[in-house]
Design a protein around this ligand. Structure first.
Ligand code: GLC
Length: 432
């Protein structure tokens, strides 16, 4: 295979990006799964190094690893119910244990523990539930003898590069069409040259021409991955979030539940994603037997119910909003916003019980305003660059979460200027 130089590669990837990413850009919501030997320990997926567990002691977890049959189906069923559109699973986390029938790495779930190919089960489950399939693959490895020597020993680096590529080649060859390759932690090497990322990723793309690759192999590739914060950027981005701010791997749900996200907090994150044109990859760390952690079930189920009625505000091609001070559209203090074409969605976090609500800053008038969930029209007027919604019910009409979405449809592009009534915030400019 002839390989491109860096500039040509970047260009060729950019040329197919819109086509490859169209499903992902509208998908908005995915499930991250952190599952591995560390799930048995229940004290963070980094326990091996955080606690300095000797390697031979840690390896024993490979033989006690025993996910129940059908566990990935449970994850996929919940993801579907939650309104998620794709899943990304740790096929091999930093601990170096492969969850598939690897020929390159005998430390795997077919030779040890369950004697099964968990990646295969995951792929089958995603397909059964119509979810996009993502493979997380760590670059850093705490098990392979060359994985730390590679930083200063050229032969070790060559061997380790080959090893990592062999693993990813298996993953992208043996399981049919795969949608996402999600690299993580490119340590100890410090450059794409070190990891051979340019060459490796070209060969990965040759195996899976439609694949999306994240930005963690020192090349920007297709999308960036803000971690534990939902922050918009100008290019494609996906925020990855733990469920509790504590750990990606399993921890005792009875104790983490007080740190876990409520449905309202998850919807708030989805709003930030819809507003800023990114995705939310929300993690669950299954229990040692593979079942879904208890604290995730109820919130995700509620979010899924909410999405059944409010999905229009979330999925599909949104207009990416700018940050302060150049919003392209906005809400007010009690509601956030998102936009698709000429439609603005107001996400009401706190219901205005006085029966009316004003949204300042819109220089033109919507054509119609209604509730998203049932299409009921809302009375409104547009005066002095503010939209006044009238005769609103006393209580939020949303019974699942209290978050009601209002739709404002414009016949042309909404024109929005934050605080348009306050010239002191616009260098004295007055908006008529
Ligand atoms: C981090 C951690 C890791 C986790 C990942 C998810 O970089 O090392 O444990 O898998 O983030 O984004």
């Amino acid at each position: 295979m002839s390989l491109l130089c860096k500039n040509d590669y970047v260009e060729s990837v950019a040329a197919t990006r819109d086509k490859r990413m169209s499903w992902w850009r509208g998908a908005r919501f995915g499930m991250f799964i952190h599952f591995g030997l560390y799930s048995q320990i229940g004290r963070h997926e980094w326990a091996q190094v955080q606690e300095n567990v000797p390697l031979d002691e840690y390896e024993k977890y490979a033989d006690t690893f025993n996910p129940k049959p059908g566990a990935p189906r449970e994850w996929a069923a919940l993801a579907k119910k939650a309104g998620m559109k794709y899943m990304v699973m740790t096929t091999r986390h930093h601990e170096g244990f492969c969850l598939w029938d690897s020929k390159a790495n005998p430390y795997n779930s077919v030779n040890h523990g369950p004697g099964r190919d968990i990646v295969r089960e995951f792929v089958d489950a995603c397909r059964e539930f119509g979810l996009g399939i993502g493979f997380y693959s760590s670059l850093m490895d705490w098990h392979h003898p060359d994985a730390w020597k590679c930083a200063f020993d050229k032969n070790a680096r060559d061997r380790f590069n080959k090893y990592i590529e062999a693993l990813n080649t298996e993953l992208l060859t043996n399981y049919g069409k795969i949608d996402i390759l999600w690299y993580d932690v490119a340590s100890p090497l410090t450059s794409w040259e070190g990891w051979n990322s340019l060459e490796m990723n070209q060969r990965m793309r040759a195996l899976q021409p439609d694949i999306l690759i994240n930005n963690r192999s020192y090349l920007d590739e297709d999308f960036s991955t803000p971690e534990e914060h939902v922050t918009a950027s100008d290019k494609d981005w996906e925020a990855c979030m733990t469920f509790n701010g504590l750990s990606w791997g399993y921890m005792d749900s009875a104790q983490t539940v007080n740190y876990s996200y409520s449905p309202q907090q998850i919807i708030k994150m989805l709003n930030k994603c819809a507003n800023g044109g990114g995705n939310l990859l929300l993690n669950i760390g299954p229990k040692p037997d593979g079942s879904v952690p208890d604290d995730a079930v109820a919130p995700l189920t509620t979010v899924g119910k909410w999405l059944l009625e409010n999905g229009d505000a979330v999925y599909g091609k949104v207009i990416r909003n700018r940050n302060w001070p150049d919003f392209k559209f906005g809400g007010n203090g009690v509601c956030g916003a998102s936009r698709k074409d000429n439609t603005v969605y107001l996400w009401n976090w706190v219901w205005p019980s006085e029966g009316s609500m004003a949204i300042g800053g819109y220089l033109n008038s919507p054509e119609s305003v209604k509730f998203l969930k049932d299409g009921r029209p809302i009375d409104f007027e547009h005066k002095n660059n503010r939209i006044l919604l009238k005769n609103l019910p006393e209580k939020s009409p949303d019974s699942t979460t209290g978050i009601t979405v209002i739709v404002m449809e414009f016949s042309e592009e909404p024109v929005y200027v934050f605080a348009s009534g306050y010239p002191q915030l616009h260098g004295g400019k007055e908006y008529k």
